[in-house]
Design a protein around this ligand. Sequence first.
Ligand code: NDP
Length: 479
Amino acid sequence: MQAQPRGSLYIGGAYVQGQGDDLPVLYPYDGSRIALLQEASADQVAQACAVAAQAQPEWAALAPVERGRVLLRAAAIIRERAEELARLETLDTGKPIQETRVADWPSGADALEFFGGLAATLTGSHIPLGQDWAYTVRIPLGVCAGIGAWNYPSQIACWKAAPALIMGNAMVFKPSEETPLGALKLAEILTDAGLPPGIFNVVQGRGAVGAALTTDPNVAKVSLTGSVPTGRRVYTAAAQGMRHVTMELGGKSPLIVFEDASLEDAVSAAILANFYSSGQICSNGTRVFVQRGIADAFLARLAARCADVRMGDPLDPETQHGPIINAAQADKIRAAIAAGQAQGARLVCGGPGQGPFIPPTVFADATDEMTITREEIFGPVMTVLTFDDEAEAIRRANATSFGLAAGVFTADLTRGHRVIAALQAGTAWINAYNLTPVQMPFGGVKSSGLGRENSAAAIEHYSQLKSVYVGMGPVEAPY
Ligand code: NDP
């Protein structure tokens, strides 16, 4: 087995064997077993949370810059070990190595650097009240549970760990059962960087382990990246203990292309917005609204460029499009493609593919009511819809319960801002798509989630305010 870790779990600064059911880890490209892990037992989940709770106060008592130095050292280690980590991520997820080299761990290192550097700027406020005064302090929440999806396992672990840790919290992280390896590496790297034992722990397991985490009495916050149905369950469970939540959930985002846009750039963006990571990206712009006058040219250029895609072995640096994470997800995507055809949409390119591969697939002549237009597919399936005017595009783009992301392509500066302002989305792009630098807050509105990751805004979601009133004079009582 090529990627067997030294243990399945990471608790108290060391690898630990899991005491639960077996968790085989398969390479999505050929189905070969690359590792065999064991889930955490219920007792081990509780133990990880207890260890985190015990370690957290001492970590929180450090000066923020001292915590920051640990994160900065971890980022440096990730960059030094970039190639080895990219390879592991490709084995874990099946994503092409040309993606994992530039996107996955590198964006995780960006987050560790960003929050490590931010440490020196963490302050509260001073409130003058005449003779008396008050001040606020940002204090940690305690133990935060992180639960990840399988599409960006290491990035998700870093995006959650970095703001949580810099604020003096401890974390217990559960990766997706499909991609359990990256979070273990992060734990190991953080230890090497000087993180005290118990501050970042990893438990493995299926949904039940995540559910146990969200109700553990030591857990003060749950940050989930996953689907809307799982988000509803986790939010409900977290509410019982009045726990804080961050919910990074699914989407069915619109990308609106006006006639005056650069056609080539808009086609490039539509490709990036739908087919990167074989389409397994939450913020994908899967409803591409193209203004009628350029719709035929847009589709022709898109089909021509998709015909050139290189699918194959994800470890081959030339490969641009990898396999789907597992057979069940591939079946789900194929069912969506079949529904699109059965409901009368026109298949412009792509289709069901073979085995773990589903090529870039584009539908045209679809309606807003079709399943492919309404439901998140989480695969390489784009639906192109035509529109006549701006108001119509906005109305149709917003006619969804999701609200994760949105994009607009136009050469008209004022229209770009006007349309983005009207779109119901937490994260939006003008003449770009799916770029998520750590400096920019990321997250959704409506059913797509709550809270924000990245940027200084994430600090608010991993801390709480304590207000302190300072009396400077005599205390007067009525009797
Ligand atoms: P799921 O919602 O199926 O799972 C997400 C995580 O939650 C997994 O670790 C899963 O464990 C765990 N889980 C499942 N049930 C429970 C439960 N009852 N309590 C606690 N944890 C639970 O999502 P996928 O992994 O299938 O990922 C795809 C989804 O994630 C898509 O909808 C996508 O849009 C969304 N996503 C959102 C992102 C964002 O930032 N907004 C980014 C990436 C993906 P296990 O897998 O082991 O069952």
